[in-house]
Write a protein that binds this ligand. Structure first.
Ligand SMILES: [Zn+2]
Length: 292
């Protein structure tokens, strides 16, 4: 009988739970709000136990400890979310459903989902980032999701703030980081409306595309990905992609020449799995945990 794999995509506002198989077929899925962990984690563990899953893959909001060799593996770090700071997420999931578990960040599993089932299938070096309430990046290098001392926090790279930008960074730590200048709350603070209601305002997207292009230039030169995938609300603004590609090539200024860059329309792309890249990545992470 095919293995039953549990997938848990733990976002900052919503928790998505699914059961599926190793081929990426989801058979059942539910979601619940991200309330205090003491209330919701035992309930989730019980749900998976009732479904008799053989393994679970968890993609968690950060910051969190994703290195299995770290004694704090599976714990959430400091966070403003009530009850979650220093919470032993993985340990408490295991207490309620003792099966092999994979654990990584929400953006790393989205990257894994695209590299396993989506537009980056077959590639081993991929950069995925999401522009929404926050900005986070998942990075796969040589087939491995990048962790390092913690995990990438590539939403907080410092960019050149444009002189004609009428807004200010909304990041409490940085006056010119990517998240501070280009996340959903930043767009809303600058223009006085939500991004989704600004679709026809060219100046909004020209500015947004510029910051995204600056970030991609840094990611490409640092990580050398074979594809760059953009998720989150901004990826739904299709008009922004031609602007991003053009500005990115301008910033790169011919410094690199590769076959991937020659095909820029297929190099910088929106996510390809209908917002299922995260949960499908969790499924793959669970499959890998089962294989050991
Ligand atoms: Zn920042």
């Amino acid at each position: 009988m095919a293995a039953r794999i549990g997938a848990l995509e733990a976002g900052g506002t919503t928790l998505v739970l699914a059961v599926g198989d190793a081929k990426g077929n989801i058979k059942e899925q539910i979601s619940m709000p991200t309330v205090e962990p003491e209330r919701v984690v035992p309930e989730m563990a019980q749900w998976f136990a009732d479904k008799k899953v053989d393994a679970i893959g968890i993609g968690a909001f950060g910051p969190t400890v994703v290195n299995p060799n770290n004694p704090d593996f599976g714990k959430i770090c400091f966070t403003p979310k009530p009850g979650w700071s220093y919470y032993d997420f993985l340990g408490n999931m295991k207490a309620g459903c003792d099966v092999p578990m994979g654990y990584d960040t929400d953006v790393n599993v989205a990257c894994l989902g695209e590299a396993t089932f989506g537009c980056a299938k077959g590639l081993d070096s991929v950069c995925y980032f999401t522009v929404g309430t926050g900005i986070g990046a998942g990075v796969m290098v040589g087939g491995q999701l990048l962790h390092g001392m913690l995990h990438p926090e590539a939403g907080h790279i410092l960019l050149n703030k444009l002189p004609y930008d009428p807004g200010n960074s909304v990041c409490p730590k940085h006056t010119c980081c990517f998240e501070g200048l280009a996340s959903g709350p930043s767009i809303e603070a600058r223009w006085g409306a939500k991004a989704v209601d600004l679709a026809d305002r060219d100046e909004v997207w020209e500015l947004e595309a510029d910051y995204i292009a600056q970030a991609i230039e840094i990611y490409v030169t640092c990580y050398s990905p074979e594809k760059v995938i953009i998720g989150g609300g901004v990826a739904h603004q299709e008009q922004i992609f031609p602007m991003i590609r053009k500005k990115f090539l301008t910033y790169l200024n011919g410094y690199l020449s590769t076959k991937e860059l020659d095909d820029i329309d297929n190099y910088i792309v929106p996510n390809s799995l209908n917002e299922k890249q995260g949960i499908l990545g969790c499924l793959e992470l669970g499959r890998r945990a089962l294989e050991g």
